[in-house]
Structures are given as C-alpha cells and as structure tokens.
Design a protein around this ligand. Structure first.
Ligand code: ADP
Ligand code: MG
Length: 541
C-alpha cells in the first residue's frame, strides 16, 4: 500500500511561506539559484555517500541538472540525480524549517518583516521556499537510493501540503513550479532569460546545467579559471550559491600554490557571521576536491578553529580519489596544506590592514575576537604573525591602532605598553588611573572585550615591550611615597573603619595620591584586572 497524507506546515514555516507568497522582493529570480544549489548539494551528498557505499552510484553515470520550461503548462522543472529523499526526509526537510524553533530565527523574522528585508531568509537556509515567490503550486518528486518507493509532495504554500508514496525508479529529485499567471513570472519560461540567470548566478556549479540538450554553465571550475578572467561578481555569485549566504562576501582570496605542495584554494570571508557560528551545531571546514572531483564538504582539518568563519574550497591533485574520511584526517598532505593556507590567510589580512584599513576594520569588528582567540590558541608558529593583526582602540583619538603603530609612537622614556580594561570607552576615558597615565603624556590601549586581555596575557610582551595595566602604574616619587606612608598612619583609624564596614568585600584600603578629580577608585590586587576577574567568575567550573 502507498502512504498518502495531508499535513499542515508548522507555524514558523507558515509565516515564512506567507512572506514568500506575498513577497514584493525585487530579486525573485534568485529562486532558480536556490533550487539549482539544492540540486548541486544533493548531488554532492550522493557522491560523498558513494565513496563508502559504492553500489548506489555507477561511476560512469553523468550527474547533470536539467531545467525544463513548458510554455503550455506554464511550468518550470528542475531535475537532479542526487541523493533524493525518503518519505520521512521530505517531511523533515521540506515540511519544516531546520532549527526554526530557535528564538534567534523568530526574532530575526520579526525584524525582517518590519524592514521588509528578505536578506535574513538566506541565512536561515530556507532557500527552497523562495520558489513560492514565483509559483502558486509546487510539485516535488523524489527518490532516495535507500528507499524502494518514490515520494510526491504537493503544496500551494498555503497552510498545508500533501505527501504520498509513488512509483518512481529514477534516483533524484525533480521540482515542478506552476508559475503564477502574470507577465513577470511567466518570463521564467523564456529560454533566453533562464540562460542569463544560470550564467549570472550558477555559472560555477560543478555539475552540468542542461537546457534543451545544451550545457549552459561553465565547464571549467572556478578555481581552474585564470584569475584575470574572474570578476568580483563571479566570486560573489559562486559564494552565494555555494555557501548559502544571501549577501556578497566581504572578501575573497584566490591562492594558486605551486612547488612541493600544489593546491588551489578559493576562500571567502562573510560580511556577517553565519547564523549558527556560535552554536554547538556549527561545523567548520572547507570543501575538499581532488583533481576537480568533489571529495567532501566541511573538511575541518583544512582550517584552524579560530578561522572557523571562513568558507571556501581547496583542490589538490596530490590526494588519492578513493580515500575514506578516516584516512583523510590522518593524511600529512592535508596538514601541510592547512599550515600553508593558514600562513597565507594571515598574510592577506596583514596586507589588507595596510592597504585598505576601512575594510580591515569592517572585518575586525565582526571577526576580531577570532584573531584574539587565535593568539591565545596558537602558542606555536603563527603567534608572532597573528599579533600584527590585532587592533585596539586607544587614547589617541579613540581610534583603532595596531600594536606596531603604538610601539612606533612610544616616547623614548616609555618602557611599557599601557592598557586599561573596562566595559566601554566612556568609562575607560574617565578612569583616574587612565588619566594619570595620559597626563604624563603616554598613550593607553582601551580593552573592552574579555578576549582582549586574554590575548595580551598570552603574549606578555610585544616587540620586547611588556604590557602593563594602568592600575599597576605609579609615577610616585620616593618623597611622595614617604608622605603617603605618614598620612596613612595619621588616618589609620579612618581606613580601619572603612575596612571594617566593607569587610571581605575588599582586601585592602589605601590612600592614593593619583586619583585626579575622583575621590575613590576600585582596583584589583595581583595578576588579573577587575574586569578579567568578572569574566573569569562567569566561567562555570
Ligand atoms: P538548505 O539548502 O540551506 O538546507 P533549503 O530550503 O534550500 O535549505 O533546502 C532544505 C532542505 O531540503 C535541504 O537541506 C535538503 O535536505 C532538502 N532538499 C532540497 N532540495 C533538495 C534536492 N533537490 N534533493 C535532495 N534534497 C533536497
Ligand atoms: Mg538550499
């Protein structure tokens, strides 16, 4: 017997669909990119499975993606021969939005609606639903190699969908869009228009995209295309269609490495963190190809933890094709590439810092803490280089400065690099201890993030200059010290009284001649600043 059911979409999906169905988004055309990228992902998944499950794929089979417009029926069909889906998988993947339960998603959705800003949608991986911007009905037919039946899913995007088992022999998925009856959406049947969209958005999809027996997309993978033939748009479109982002990347790097180690790499820095970057579910890694053949997604051995926000791919001829994941992880080749890549990325950031400071600051404000953790994580080879990437706000114009720039400005009589830790610049600027140092003509670095101080503590010195917290700095002369000693004795009963009142809340009460206009200042005794103590006390265990 064949299962057949009508199911309602979950609440979040309904909201999203509603957004799509009534969308006035001006870039409706991206639905094609989304469907093609799903088809390409599904084909990748099949290939990856086939590495260990060889019977699911005949090595001679050509895995293309086909686009079929039908003027009479007003339908557009996208077909792939990828991994397909079982009944349960369709319910799971198409009926619900992954991670939709998360508050983050809902609040972002609220924001998005308010601003009529659909950018957010791309970040949540709801690409499939974008088809409802142009279609008033969608039929999806699919077959997984792990099920003997096919599945048909039908929906008009309004509240519910039908799902039933069907006879289907061919593995893969075909998605038929019944285009809305208006001139704008009917345009998507036009071959010329479709070709243009494929060229624009999906040119570097690695499987052939066929329209009426003609391959439309480029036959050369993007990393084998000479750099001078590639425009920014090529990188941007490749990035968006491959790495599930709606926005252009902030930066891209294209490395062609020759010599002992040979590989090509194309890397991207997103403008904003991937929505799940700071969750446990996030998996870092680059796509790995060998001899232009896809091996795996998210190969984490290729990129260190602190660069986990970087997207991209590596292609190398030096690996064997029939290699299992377990063996891959141990391959020296990957380690060597990873080390080399890390160096190259660092040096690109260094160049950017000098050549395009504004862009570097953009990067820094989004991903700077990763570099700080990198310094902390990386006692080894690249620590010296990573140090050069650090930026801090400083008392000089409240601008960003690198450590090198700070040191270059140091006065002859200055031995140490001064820093102050506090919640924000406002507070820091008013700290008596900070003013004390500034008034002597020295510059102070303003540390406002927990990771800032961690990084400095790890480094201890920069170019042989020690980091010194302003709370530990005193410019008192011997006579002044004597004077304070006397005053402390005279006022002993007052100081004792204060200590008695505050009890274990403080360790010591001292007279301080360097408070400027303030009457009291709190500081910590010993290695760690008050702010770092606060931070440390929040770490469980
Ligand atoms: P994303 O691609 O970011 O995961 P989509 O909304 O585009 O989000 O797709 C949702 C899910 O539906 C995919 O993760 C995949 O599991 C499934 N899916 C979509 N299209 C296909 C397809 N052509 N073949 C197999 N699975 C698909
Ligand atoms: Mg998708």
């Amino acid at each position: 017997t064949m299962k057949k059911e009508t199911k309602v979409f979950q609440a979040e999906t309904k909201e999203l669909l509603n957004l799509m169905v009534h969308s006035i988004y001006t870039h409706k055309e991206i639905f094609l990119r989304e469907l093609i990228s799903n088809a390409s992902d599904a084909t990748d998944k099949l290939k990856f499975k086939a590495l260990t499950d060889t019977h699911i794929l005949d090595s001679s089979e050509e895995l293309c993606i086909t686009i079929t417009p039908n003027e009479e029926l007003r339908t557009l069909t996208i077909t792939d021969h990828g991994i397909g889906m079982t009944f349960e998988e369709v319910v799971e993947n198409i009926g619900t939005i992954a991670k939709s339960g998360s508050k983050a998603f809902l609040s972002s959705l609220e924001e998005a609606k308010k601003n009529n800003d659909l950018n957010i949608i791309g970040q949540f991986g709801v690409g499939f639903y974008s088809a409802f911007m142009v279609a008033d009905k969608i039929i999806l037919e699919t077959k997984s190699p792990y099920s003997d039946k096919g599945v048909k899913w039908t929906s008009t995007g309004e509240g519910s969908y039908e799902i039933e088992e069907i006879d289907k022999t061919e593995r893969g998925t075909s998605i038929t869009l019944y285009l809305k009856d208006n001139d704008e959406d009917k345009e998507f049947l036009n071959e010329y228009k479709i070709k243009g969209l494929i060229k624009k958005y999906s040119d570097y999809v690695k499987y052939p995209i066929m329209l009426k027996d003609e391959r439309i997309n480029s036959t050369k993978p993007i990393w084998k295309t000479p750099k001078d033939e590639l425009k920014d748009e090529d990188y941007n479109e490749f990035y968006k269609s491959t790495y599930h982002d709606w926005q252009d990347p902030l930066l891209h790097f294209n490395f062609n490495v020759q010599g002992n180690l040979e590989y090509n790499a194309i890397l991207f820095i997103p403008q904003v963190p991937p929505y799940d970057l700071y969750t446990r579910e996030y998996k870092r890694g680059l796509q790995l190809y060998t001899k232009n053949v896809f091996i795996m997604d998210k190969c984490e051995e290729l990129i260190p933890q602190y660069f986990n926000f970087i997207k991209g791919l590596v292609d190398t001829d030096d690996l064997s094709l029939n290699i299992s994941r377990e063996i891959l992880q141990k391959t020296q080749q990957l380690k060597a590439i990873s080390k080399n890549l890390e160096k190259k990325i660092i040096s690109e950031f260094e160049k950017l810092m000098t050549n395009d400071r504004d862009k570097y600051i953009k990067f820094w404000e989004v991903f700077g803490r990763h570099i700080k953790f990198g310094v902390h994580e990386n006692f080894g080879l690249n620590k010296d280089k990573l140090e050069n990437l650090l930026l801090f706000k400083s008392s000089k114009n409240l601008d960003y400065t690198s450590l090198k720039e700070y040191v270059d400005r140091m006065k002859n009589d200055q031995k140490e690099i001064y820093y102050a830790v506090g919640e924000n610049l406002d507070i820091l600027q008013k700290m008596p201890k900070v003013l004390n140092v500034i008034n002597k003509g020295f510059e102070v670095l303003y540390l406002t993030e927990g990771a800032d101080e961690f990084a400095l503590k790890t480094m201890n010195t920069f170019k042989e200059k020690t980091f010194k917290s302003v709370t530990e700095v005193t410019f008192e002369t011997e006579e002044e010290k004597e004077e304070i000693k006397k005053l402390s004795e005279i006022n002993k009963s007052l100081l004792d009284k204060i200590k008695e009142t505050l009890k274990e809340k403080v360790v010591e009460i001292k007279l301080n001649p360097e408070l400027g206009d303030s009457s009291v200042s709190l500081s910590s005794k010993g290695e760690v600043s008050l702010e770092m103590e606060k931070l440390l006390s929040q770490i469980p265990g």
